[in-house]
Ligand binder design. Structure first.
Ligand code: PAF
Length: 298
C-alpha cells in the first residue's frame, strides 16, 4: 500500500489500492465520505467546496490530478500550475482526511481504450471550441468516483456546463454518488476565481472583470423583460470593446437542459467564454424567470 504519511502535511494516497484501503476502513466504522475532485492550484473557490464537504460528511478526500484527457494537444496541459505541496498545506487547516494524488500512469494504462460520451447538456457552449473537453472530464470523474466510491462529490458552479455533464453522467450510469455544487467564489471586483487567472498580465487582470460585469448586465436586462438576442448582442460588443478576442460564446440557456433560449420561459443561465490574450475565461450567472413579464404564470 502506497500511503505517504511523512513527507506531506496530510496523508497522500498515490494508488487506487491505497485509496480504497483507507476508505474501506472508514466504511467499516460506519463513516460517510465526501470527495472533492480538483486539478490542484487550489484557490478560495476550491477551499469553499472542501468546507462544504466537511460540513456534509465524516471524512473528506480531495483528489489532485491534472487530467491529460481533458486537454487538447495545443492547450496548456504542460503549463497548468502544479503546486501540490502548497495545495496540501492549504487543505490541512480545513480538516481534510486524505489527499488522493495518483500519477497519470496509475489513472491511464498505456493501452487505455475506454471513452464516455455524455450527450445533451455537453452539446454546444464549451464543446464548440473544446470538443475533447467533456469526454475527458466525464472519464476522469467517473474513474475518481468509482475508485473512491464516496457518498457525495462536490463541484463548483463556475464550471456550470461541466457540473450538468457530471450530474447527467452519474444519473445515466447509476453511479451511486450524490453530486452537490458550490457557488462561484469571486474577487472583490466580481471576477470569478479560477486557477487560470494567474496567466493574466496586470493590464489583462484589470479588464478581465468585464466578463462578469457583461454577464450581470445581461441578467438585469433579461430579468426586466428585455429581448434576449439584443442583450446578447450588446454583451458581445461590450466584451470586444474591452479587448476579449475571440468571444467563444455568450448565450442564455435553459438552466436544466442548456438549450439556448430566445424567450425567458423558464429559469435560465447566462454563460460566456472569451479569450483575453492567452487566457480563456468563463463565467455564468442564474437568471430567474419569476418576475419576468414573459412568464405566463406571473
Ligand atoms: O473542474 C476541474 O477542476 C476538473 O475539470 C475536474 C472536475 C477536477 C476533472 O479533472
Amino acid at each position: 500500500m502506497t500511503l505517504d504519511n511523512t513527507s506531506f502535511a496530510l496523508p497522500v494516497a498515490r494508488t487506487v489500492e491505497s485509496l480504497r484501503n483507507v476508505v474501506s476502513r472508514w466504511r467499516q466504522d460506519g463513516e460517510s465520505v465526501a470527495l472533492v475532485p480538483t486539478m490542484g492550484a487550489l484557490h478560495r473557490g476550491h477551499l469553499a467546496l472542501v468546507e462544504k464537504a466537511r460540513a456534509n460528511s465524516d471524512r473528506v478526500v480531495v483528489s489532485i490530478f491534472v487530467n491529460p484527457a481533458q486537454f487538447a494537444a495545443h492547450e496548456d496541459f504542460g503549463d497548468y500550475p502544479r503546486t501540490e505541496r502548497e495545495d496540501i498545506e492549504k487543505l490541512k487547516p480545513l480538516g481534510v482526511d486524505l489527499i488522493y494524488g495518483p500519477a497519470a500512469s496509475e489513472m491511464y494504462e498505456p493501452d487505455f481504450s475506454t471513452s464516455i460520451v455524455v450527450g445533451g447538456v455537453s452539446e454546444g457552449l464549451c464543446t464548440v471550441t473544446r470538443p475533447h473537453f467533456f469526454g475527458g472530464v466525464a472519464l476522469v470523474v467517473a474513474k475518481l468516483l468509482l475508485q473512491c466510491l464516496p457518498d457525495i462529490a462536490i463541484f463548483g458552479e463556475k464550471d456550470y456546463q461541466q457540473l450538468l455533464v457530471i450530474r447527467r453522467m452519474v444519473r445515466d450510469l447509476n453511479i451511486p454518488v450524490e453530486i452537490l455544487s458550490g457557488p462561484t467564489e469571486r474577487e472583490k471586483d466580481g471576477l470569478a476565481i479560477s486557477s487560470r487567472n494567474v496567466y493574466l498580465s496586470g493590464q489583462e487582470r484589470a479588464r478581465a472583470v468585464e466578463i462578469s460585469r457583461t454577464l450581470k448586465e445581461i441578467v438585469v436586462a433579461v430579468e426586466r423583460g428585455g429581448d434576449i438576442r439584443s442583450a446578447l448582442a450588446a454583451g458581445e460588443a461590450r466584451l470586444k470593446k474591452a479587448g476579449f478576442d475571440p468571444v467563444d460564446y455568450l448565450e442564455v440557456c435553459d438552466a436544466v437542459t442548456l438549450e439556448p433560449l430566445t424567450d425567458l420561459t423558464c429559469d435560465a443561465r447566462v454563460l460566456g467564454a472569451a479569450h483575453l490574450g492567452q487566457t480563456r475565461l468563463i463565467d455564468n450567472f442564474p437568471i430567474s424567470s419569476a418576475g419576468s413579464r414573459r412568464n405566463p404564470d406571473v
